[in-house]
Design a protein around this ligand. Structure first.
Ligand code: GDP
Length: 304
């Protein structure tokens, strides 16, 4: 139910547009398909993914000869679930640290303001609640506020944080954090990184260096590079995903602020286009407002 509530705006808007798209029609024809295309694009699913969905529905129309608009909901649901299936695991799998991968290192990337710090705080809270020993690393050393904010979350969740002064080398902070985590026998390390996009080469160099230095402490780290995107920014989120995936190997996504927006469709498009699983969605500012992404529940909540 929290998911329904979190996605309320997206859901209401999507449904509203969808019913308008088929109003007064009993059969899926070109006009309905045109309207549907507009519904998907204006729900921020993205043009490429929209065209893919439309194409698949067209195929079904031509195969089955007749497709009633009453069946459209079910088919859309199947097609969207199908797209999400290609990259997303789906079931709520509880996070398990592979035995040989302790500490499990999550490097978090994303531009300022998307909810990176908040997501790290919420994640630390979840891991701690599951009984894991968590250490945070404040490697976004570019802004003093970033370090302070992470400290606030560390205090709130009551987990240790490793930090240095503003302007210090992010790689050095990451190095210290991993060393400290090993010494403390920690289970999970979450490293915050700077989110400046003004220079792609800089970003790439910085993230590469952070990774390389961490590998000096723990081989094969980071285990996960989590890109945080603000779901309410729609197409900007696509653009950021493009830039970050070009700068580093992103292994999973967290899409935030889905509670305040009608652009929840962005999850479908981004996951489809970048072939990276969405692991978490943010549905509020509170400490509990981070959910493990479940594609079935997500699709269901859109069509409920
Ligand atoms: P950062 O600059 O990327 O670290 O962003 P912050 O974590 O400081 O978050 C920026 C703002 O977005 C803060 O006011 C957060 O409370 C808010 N925020 C983060 N995640 C969510 C979310 O899922 N939903 C809502 N409504 N607000 C969020």
């Amino acid at each position: 139910e929290t998911l329904d509530k979190g996605l309320e705006k997206s859901k209401t808007s999507f449904f509203g547009k969808l019913s308008k798209a088929v109003a007064g029609k009993s059969k899926v024809d070109d006009e309905v398909l045109d309207n549907l295309e507009e519904v998907l694009v204006t729900s921020d699913v993205g043009v490429n993914t929209t065209l893919k969905v439309i194409e698949r529905i067209e195929e079904r129309v031509s195969r089955d000869k007749y497709l009633g608009t009453d069946e459209l909901n079910q088919i859309l649901r199947e097609e969207i679930a199908g797209l999400l299936s290609e990259t997303n695991i789906g079931e709520d799998t509880e996070f398990v640290i592979p035995k040989d991968k302790k500490p499990y290192v999550i490097m978090v990337v994303g531009v300022n303001g998307v909810g990176k710090t908040t997501t790290i705080g919420k994640l630390a809270y979840q891991f701690k609640k599951q009984g894991f020993k968590v250490v945070l690393g404040a490697a976004d050393t570019f802004r003093a506020a970033a370090i302070d904010q992470l400290q606030v979350w560390a205090d709130r969740v009551e987990v240790p944080i490793v930090k240095q002064s503003m302007g210090s080398d992010p790689a050095s902070v990451a190095f210290d954090t991993l060393q400290s985590a090993v010494t403390q026998d920690a289970d999970v390390v979450i490293i915050d990184t700077a989110g400046r996009l003004h220079n792609k080469v800089n970003l790439m160099n910085e993230l590469t260096k952070v990774k390389r230095v961490m590998q000096k402490v723990v081989v094969d780290t980071p285990n996960d590079v989590l890109l945080v995107l603000d779901g309410s920014t729609g197409q900007n989120a696509f653009e950021q995903a493009k830039q970050f995936t070009a700068a580093t190997e992103v292994t999973s996504l967290a899409v935030t602020k889905l509670d305040g927006t009608a652009k929840g469709g962005v999850v479908i498009g981004i996951s489809d286009q970048f072939k990276i699983p969405v692991k978490y969605i943010g549905v509020g500012e509170g400490i509990e407002d981070l959910q493990v992404f479940n594609k079935y529940e997500f699709v269901d909540s859109f069509f409920r």
